[in-house]
Design a protein around this ligand. Structure first.
Ligand code: FAD
Length: 517
């Protein structure tokens, strides 16, 4: 009994010591971060914002938010955490505009770096035969558009929505309707400045430190923080001819899309979307699109069927209007859309590129922007897209889509296989994006649970039918799933991690690697 008494006392003392040690360890972290000499500052109190993202489903509270003013602030902070080694559980997430969907830019009890605070050298446009712009990794694409337009230039490849940061989209790929011609945004970068997981500040290009350059592009934030990027530019158009036509048959729609992305001199932007079971079609179209010739089109009713809308744009320079009109007419004459459904509009380049922002303002005013967004983005090989459409639009999404469903093909030849992004193996593959919004606390068909179940049914179908689908903006919770996602690229990905971020300090919200402590 005496022995038991002493063992108990010993255990209690041991536990108290451990608790004190752990508490000391945690409480000393803010002090050790506070001791760093920085141009910017840490905030330990106002951290709640960094526990939110566009997806609005995951909320991990960080310990601190760094508001860097210089690249060296980021280098110093990461180097400090690197020097603590395995004795600290601190990890770091760069936060661009926080438009991730599942906590990818969040970190539990770690440091979030607010990339938009990064000031660095001012955005600088270089004109000449091969124009480019040097920008901060925390710069928003909308700001790059406005700045480069002052020189009559603009980036070549976009996302559909421009209020995202350069570092955020380059960590994924950056895909939109220009990618069939120019490749994704990661194919249009000449140079990067990166802070690695060891706190080193490294410049890299296709030739200099090329492994780091390619690792970081599409690298899900795993290998370094992009602090600057050199983006390729082209002469910007004055106006854009913006066109939509409808199809009732998926095969005809897909055939026309594939024909357009394979031909020269057709359109500058090619996308498409599915419209599930809607009548009174025009009322439901995105408000930012104002067709000029709706007389016939407004009488068109879908009769509750799923329709497919091909969305095209052609750049117009003021001295070439007649030529462009002729080219558009020629290209359209080769297509097999429903003749009465040709909608044409002419808008400025900014209006066209910033089109989703118009919807954002509208949705925000109704409190419908900051709702849960259970999005699902898939890359599907061309040879399986018909099976996919049949299975998904025939059986799974039949009543309502809870948001836009984008479908458009991409040319693999425009993607660089040295980058970290994972795409299907075929020459042409489709991006299919289910951009659902859930009505908060609804238990019905527009509620989060229903949409998640539907997403799972889509993924299960892809798996069972062996469609060779890869997720874009992927999210997995186990390393096994990540291994499957990367397939033969997994070994390289792991090796790159051990070279550039061996302690797994960076972007833990992707849930690919865990810091060893
Ligand atoms: P964040 O969400 O802040 O970060 C994303 C990931 O990148 C995180 O892991 C983060 O740690 C890491 N990261 C952030 N900054 C850096 C950096 N400087 N260096 C290294 N890592 C960094 N994508 C498309 O491809 N095409 C589209 O058309 C498109 N449309 C979209 C429309 C909307 C309305 C939304 C919300 C998203 C859209 N996306 C699209 C997805 C978008 O590209 C990604 O969600 C992107 O990550 C968001 O950028 P962000 O600046 O908000 O990044």
């Amino acid at each position: 009994e005496n022995n038991m008494f002493f063992i108990r006392i010993f255990m209690i003392l041991l536990l108290s010591c451990l608790t004190v040690k752990i508490n000391l360890c945690f409480s000393s972290i803010p002090y050790s971060l506070k001791s760093l000499t920085l141009d910017g500052h840490f905030n330990f109190d106002e951290v709640h914002h960094a526990a939110r993202d566009f997806g609005n489903r995951y909320h991990f509270l960080p310990l601190a938010v760094l508001h860097p003013k210089s690249v060296s602030d980021i280098g110093t902070t990461i180097k400090h955490i690197w020097d603590m080694g395995c004795h600290s559980e601190l990890t770091v997430a760069a936060r661009g505009h926080g438009h991730s969907l599942q906590g990818q830019a969040q970190v539990h009890r770690g440091v979030v770096i607010n990339m938009e605070s990064l000031q660095g050298p001012k955005m600088q446009v270089y004109i000449g035969n091969f124009p480019y712009v040097d920008v901060s990794g925390g710069e928003l694409w909308i700001n790059i558009l406005h700045e480069s337009l002052k020189y009559g230039l603009a980036p070549k490849s976009w996302t559909d929505y421009l209020h995202l940061t350069v570092g955020g989209t380059l960590s994924n790929a950056g895909i939109s309707g220009q990618a069939f011609r120019h490749g994704p945004q990661i194919s249009n970068v000449h140079q990067l400045e990166v802070v690695t997981g060891k706190g080193e500040i490294v410049n890299c290009t296709e030739k200099q430190n090329s492994d780091l350059f390619h690792s970081v592009l599409g690298g899900l934030g795993q290998f370094g923080i992009i602090t600057r990027a050199r983006i390729s530019l082209e002469p910007a158009p004055d106006m854009v001819k913006w066109i939509r036509v409808l199809y009732s048959d998926f095969n005809t729609f897909a055939r026309d899309q594939e024909r357009l992305i394979s031909a020269e001199n057709t359109f500058d932007y090619i996308e498409g979307f599915a419209i599930v079971n809607r009548t009174g079609l025009l009322n439901n179209w995105r408000s930012s699109f104002n067709p000029q010739d709706p007389v016939q089109a407004s009488q068109f009713e879908s009769g509750g069927k799923t329709l497919f809308c091909l969305e095209l744009a052609k750049h117009i320079r003021s001295d070439e209007t007649d030529l462009v009109n002729q080219e558009v007419e020629n290209s359209l004459s080769l297509l097999n859309y429903i003749p009465s459904t040709l909608f044409i509009s002419e808008v400025s380049y900014v209006q066209f590129l910033d089109r989703v922002h118009v919807s954002e303002i509208k949705l925000r005013s109704k409190g419908l922007w900051e709702v849960p967004h259970p999005w699902l983005n898939l890359l599907i090989p061309k040879s399986k897209i018909h099976d996919f459409a049949e299975g998904v639009f025939g059986n799974i999404i039949t009543e309502t889509s809870n948001g836009p469903i984008l479908i458009y093909p991409l040319n693999k030849s425009k993607w660089d296989n040295r980058t970290s992004v994972v795409i299907p193996g075929e020459d042409i593959f489709y991006l299919v994006a289910f951009l659902s919004s859930a009505v908060p606390s609804s238990k019905g068909k527009d509620g989060l649970e229903h949409i998640l179940t539907q997403n799972k049914r889509i993924l299960d179908y892809c798996e069972t039918a062996n469609l060779g689908v890869k997720q874009y903006l992927p999210h997995y919770t186990t390393q096994e799933e990540w291994k499957t996602h990367f397939g033969p690229q997994w070994e390289v990905f792991v090796q790159r991690k051990s070279t550039y971020d061996p302690l797994a300090i960076l972007a833990p919200g992707q849930r690919i690697f865990q810091k060893a402590i």
